[in-house]
Every structure is written in C-alpha cells, then in structure tokens.
Design a protein around this ligand. Structure first.
Ligand SMILES: NC(=O)c1ccc[n+]([C@@H]2O[C@H](COP(=O)([O-])OP(=O)(O)OC[C@H]3O[C@@H](n4cnc5c(N)ncnc54)[C@H](OP(=O)(O)O)[C@@H]3O)[C@@H](O)[C@H]2O)c1
Length: 354
C-alpha cells in the first residue's frame, strides 16, 4: 500500500513537473538563459514526432550543406548521404576529414565532395558560386547550417560584424547568387529545397531595427548570445520573405534543432567552459539526433509543394510574429540588397534570374 502511494505520489510530482515545463516559455537572451531554455525545450518536446521512413530517399539529388565539417552540419550531411544524396560539403576548414567522414556513412551510389567556403569573406561566397556554376552543378537541396557565436564584435575583411555576416548576410548573397546562376532547377514540378538552420534564440532578440541594419558597433562578451539571437531574427525574417518571393520556384523551410552538443560555445570564456561542457553532456542531444528536423525538411516526400514551414525540434510551430510580417520581409530584402551593393556585390534584378 505504502509503495503504491509512493509510486502515485512520484507520478503526480513528475506530471506536475512536466505540466510546468510545458507552460514555461524559455528565454534565450543570455548564455545562462539560453542553456536553461534549451534544456526546458528538450523536456517539452520529449514526445514530438515527425518521422521519415525508408521511402524518403534522396538518390541522385544534389545536396549542399554549409558548415558540414563538424557538429550539426556534419550530422545532417551524413544523414542526407545515407539517404543516397550526392553531397557537396561547403566548409571553411577540415575539408578532407569531412569528406572522408561523410563518405564513410554514404550510400554506395552517393558521391561526396568538399569545397571551400568562408562566409566571413564575401569574395569567398562569390568564387564558391562561380565554381559551382562553372562545374554545371544543379542543386536539389541547400542546407544553410553554418553559424557562429563570436565572443565579441569582430570586423570581417568586408567591414561587417562577423556574427551578422556569417549568420545572416553571407547566406543572402549565397542563395541569391545560386538563383541568379540558375543552380536551382525544379524538375518534374518538384521544387528544390532550401533549409535554414535558425534558432529559438530569435524569439528573445530585441525588436527589428532597420536604421542600424548591418552597421558595425563594438560589443563584448555579455552581448554575444543577444547578437547571435538578433542575427537569427534577421535570418528568420529573410527566410519568410524568400519563401514568399520564390513560391513555385523553391521550397524554403527553417528550424531550430533544439539544444545540441556541439562546438557552438567554443568561444565561451575559459571559466564557464567546463560548466557548459558538463551541461551539454548531461542535457543536450547529440548532433546525430538533432539533425532529424533538418533532414525531415530536406527529404520528406510529404512536404512536396509546401513552403515556409518552421520546426522547433520535431514540432511544427510559428516563428516570432514580426518575422512573418510582409513589411519587415520587404525591408529585410531591400536592406540586404542595398548593403551588398554598397559592398560591391550587387544582386541581379529579379527578372534576370534563371
Ligand atoms: N548547438 C546548438 O545548441 C544550436 C542550437 C540552435 C541552433 N544551432 C545552429 O546550428 C548550426 C550549426 O551549429 P553547431 O551547433 O553545429 O555549431 P559548431 O559545431 O560550432 O559548427 C558550426 C559550423 O559553422 C561553420 N562556420 C563558422 N563560421 C564559418 C564561416 N565563416 N564560414 C563557413 N563556415 C563557418 C563552422 O566551421 P569551422 O569548423 O571552420 O569553424 C562549423 O562547421 C548553427 O547555425 C547554429 O546557429 C545550434
């Protein structure tokens, strides 16, 4: 009897704890808040399910993944290659090791190549796209995965904040150049897919500020997560606009993978690193599991002719409301184009695109 009561009481407490977790809206606007928020999200989404089956294959599909040499990008690339995709790994470092690692997981008929891409240099984005076009590459899937959390403001050779350039603007240039060069070709009515790895941290970011768009200002360690979240807010806003503008041409989806055990916190201050590593080991999921939503958006047959989906882990949600606002989307589109033009990388007018 005593045992039954104790079991029932434990169950009651654990149900109450789960209900509490389900009600909590985690914040991601500081390093500690983001870590705790990631853990809460993981518990909340424990039962979510969006599964692929063996028919969700990518045989003969060309899949490009940025930041594919480690962490989430490497896991996504391996899963896509296992499903038969021909992989192009776009990395700024570790190309040979990444190619070998993905090839070891790939389906026997899948090809794997690695190409250099440094998003912190717009000239690298240009030459990367030039080479793909010259080699006659056609893309079925593009996963914009690369991301960075610098510990302080750093100026790139283009004069931009590295966090803004790598997490936002370089992705805009990359996608627009690939479109201009005609690398996305819808075959038999199947739209090529663009999958954007975003983050729930966009929800805790400050409001969109169009006046300061892309301008460099110094900031320090305390602001690192806020800057990262703000970059993801801009990226999310651009993703929604891309989905609107390319309906009938591309399928554009985005996701937050949840809290993943990767090197994303590698620039965290030395003293906090051991704690972060312990927390990651205890509570964050391994990249192989966290890759599932990105792979689902890239490969699920059920999503044909859908665009604009946002997943948080394996759960479909809406991103923050202002990212879906058409006026914000138009501003994001125009400000990025104007900034790229000012930096010597003008985009072609829409009608000239392939
Ligand atoms: N980990 C999480 O909990 C979490 C949560 C939400 C969202 N995300 C998102 O998931 C994505 C992958 O991050 P991760 O967690 O796997 O982190 P990670 O282990 O640090 O991997 C980041 C990847 O981005 C690449 N990268 C960084 N700067 C680059 C540049 N200038 N040019 C080209 N590639 C660059 C890195 O290349 P190098 O190896 O050369 O540095 C690496 O391949 C990011 O977009 C991140 O925002 C992660």
């Amino acid at each position: 009897m005593l045992l039954t009561d104790a079991t029932a009481a434990t169950r009651g407490v654990s149900c109450a704890a789960m209900a509490w977790f389900d009600r909590v809206r985690p914040r991601h606007d500081g390093a500690l808040a983001a870590t705790v928020g990631g853990i809460i999200d993981r518990v909340k989404h424990r039962n979510a399910a969006l599964e692929l089956d063996e028919r969700d294959r990518l045989d003969g599909s060309a899949c490009l993944v940025t930041g594919a040499n480690r962490g989430l990008g490497l896991a996504i690339a391996k899963d896509l290659a296992r499903r038969g995709g021909d992989l192009i790994l776009a990395c700024r470092s570790g190309l040979d090791a990444a190619r070998a690692d993905v090839a070891s997981a790939a389906h026997e008929r899948a090809s794997v190549e690695a190409r250099e891409l440094d998003l912190a240099r717009l000239s690298s984005v240009e030459s990367f796209c030039d080479r793909l076009a010259a080699d006659g590459v056609r893309l079925d899937v593009l996963v914009l995965n690369a991301g960075v959390v610098p510990r302080e403001a750093r100026k790139t050779e283009d004069g931009l904040d590295e966090s803004f350039q790598v997490n936002v603007l370089a992705n805009v240039l990359l996608v627009q150049r690939l479109r201009e060069r005609g690398l996305f070709v819808a075959e038999e009515g199947v739209w090529p897919r663009v999958v954007v790895v975003s983050s729930e941290s966009h929800r805790s970011a400050p409001p969109l500020d169009w006046d300061g768009f892309g301008s460099f200002r110094p900031w320090g360690m305390r602001e690192a997560v806020k800057q990262y979240g703000y970059g993801k807010l801009l990226l999310q806003t651009w993703t929604a606009e891309l989905a609107r503008r390319t309906r009938g041409e591309l399928a554009v989806h985005s996701l937050c993978p949840g809290a993943v055990r990767t090197d994303i916190g590698r620039e965290a201050p030395g003293l906090t690193k051991p704690l972060l590593e312990l927390t990651m080991r205890a509570f964050f999921v391994e990249p192989e599991r966290a890759a599932a939503p990105a792979v689902y958006l890239a490969a699920s047959r059920r999503l044909e002719h859908e665009t604009g989906i946002y997943l948080h882990g394996k759960r479909r949600r809406e991103p923050r409301e202002d990212t879906l606002d058409a006026d914000n989307g138009r501003r994001m589109w125009e400000r990025s184009a104007a900034l790229l033009e000012a930096l010597g990388h003008p985009l072609a007018p829409a009608k000239e695109r392939g």
